[in-house]
Design a protein around this ligand. Sequence first.
Ligand code: ADP
Ligand code: MG
Length: 704
Amino acid sequence: MEKAGPASDTFGCYTFSLGEMQKRLPRPIYEAIQSTIASGEPLDTGFADEIAHAMKEWAVEHGATHFTHWFQPLTGATAEKHDAFLSFGFSDGRPIERFAGRELIQAEPDASSFPSGGIRSTFEARGYTAWDPTSPAFLIYNEYGATLTIPSVFVSYTGEALDKKTPLLRSMRELSRSARAALELMGRPTSGVNSTLGAEQEYFLIDRDLFTLRPDLEVTGRTVLGTTPPKGQQMEDNYFGTIDDRALNFMGEVETEAWKLGIPVKTRHNEVAPHQYEAAPIFQAINVSSDQNHLLMDLMRKVARRRNLAVLFHEKPFAGVNGSGKHNNWSMADASGRNLLSAGDSPDDHVEFLFFLSAVVRAVHRRGDLLRASIASAGNDHRLGANEAPPAIISVFLGSRLTEIFETLLAGKDISAVQEQVIQTGLEVLPQVMKDNTDRNRTSPFAFTGNKFEFRAVGSAQSNAMCMSWLNIAVSEALDEMWSMLKTRLETGDDRNVAILAIVRDVYAESKNIVFNGNNYGQAWVEEAAKRGLRNDVNTPAALKALVTDDAKALVEKYGLLGSHELDARYTILLEKYNRMIDIEAVQMIRMAKTGVLPAAYAQQSLMAEAWKGVNECGIDAASQKAELGIYSGLVGETIDAIDGVRQALASAPDEEEGPERADWCISTTIPAMARLREVCDTLERRTDEELWPFPSYHAMLFQ
Ligand code: ADP
Ligand code: MG
């Protein structure tokens, strides 16, 4: 059997890495790129021709024939348009490979077909893509060669962000600015702060032959019908269980390819549900991690196809079976790589750690509604709105030890006494607490896990870019406020650590409502959260409303994340996407019920009727068989009614596809009508001959 060999042998060989750049570029240019990556400052465009040339030489040596700007439009997927390097020589007209600096820096895809939420029609602006030099270019191979793929942003000529990546880069810049200012004030200057992301990706893997027999999975990503088998995951024997060969070989192939692309995939394991798995890379700067998560998902789709498997990224492909998320491990690191959410060794480190930790608590407390909005989608509603996964209520888990430290601070009136007490009793044990961080809570949507936060409510199919942008901006805002507070205190002559702890105390006092260390799944928390005044937006339309408040608009404008009309545009696009998805699911359901379920049910009815007739003719009492047929026929009638219910819900929905009224209609009418149809179809499935049932069952997909 072919072996992949050590990851380090091939790691990044398909990327135009810093190492390649160092080999191929003059030193000043190489150093300029390096400092752009470290600080986020723009790169001198005067270097473009030389960089483009080196990149092309490298790519062509590796078999590339084409290049493309690769970007993340608001569809949620990635987009690319390839151009060959082929050109004709200026003087002799001979064919050559050419790649100019301007082609590297900027390209102009036909932007009119991407969603803009009305921005372009309003402003008549064309869109262009621009190279993001902080995320490495890479090669994607096909049977005939490779495409040099250049991570890019997508903006309009008037500067509006038309993609998900532009705001992310802006948010990283803002967070860096605020964190640097805070560090400077604390006497720890640094040249830049990177926000970091390690995104755990959950997914299902099922046989492709079964997948192609499920039009709902193919079209909507989830099964809109299907009865749950008696053994779901109740036995809890799957998590971290032995990985079956087929899945393991799939993972092996994905990882081997991923490493070549410079994606540091590290961990793989079985998840809670049967045929559910997780892949986790080593964390990196958010923009790189976010790009690579897209790339990893693409790679998984391709490898699955090759192996006659289908990979499912939907948040809830199977009703009654655990759903999938992305767990976004997030932190901040200074220019030397020091993790700002790591407790460190000295008391000075400890107070600094508490400063940054409380900034995140404050950020989530203040901007939890936007974090919730950033992960809202039709798919994720099945997780967040239901009694599983993290709930829709955003809260922060700190663990009992850290909470105790904050509470001790809070209890003290005289802050210098508290400093003594906290440092003696709490902070000195911090490093041990951190090392032995067994205090784990898997139910929290936003949990501190020792040296980073884990945002677990993110949907498995979603792009990481927007939710991370909001988180960065929220933390940046908190840090700016805390910076002013700290500055005032220091100016009054307070000792550094006393001043910092005082601010930590004040911030915690104001934000502690968001901290919850208990079981987030229970009804008790829903009630408690309501008492605390925390929001519980159980569906997408409700959650998205947070995007169009004056408060949100003021925030994005202040931090230059988006213009307020850009925020409106995004609200419109997200709502439209939601409405369309519900419609597609409803139509799909009707089609399957009419063309699959009813014909199977009629066949079953004939079988039952024939059997009853035969038995009856023999003079045997078959009353119970007749009764059974009556019940079955009743269900068939209900199915016909329920189909009509969904049809009517669709027909009488408010016209405007992107409107909130339409979304409200989905919630009040279409979704309940679908639930009714599903229930009766699933009941029929349990009462119908397996051979007659037209769609692969949950049992076949998940247990065979
Ligand atoms: P856990 O057991 O808490 O899930 P792991 O060490 O397995 O912890 O890490 C899970 C993910 O968190 C990995 O992707 C890892 O790279 C990432 N991670 C670790 N430290 C950081 C950090 N400072 N910033 C962002 N992500 C991090
Ligand atoms: Mg984890």
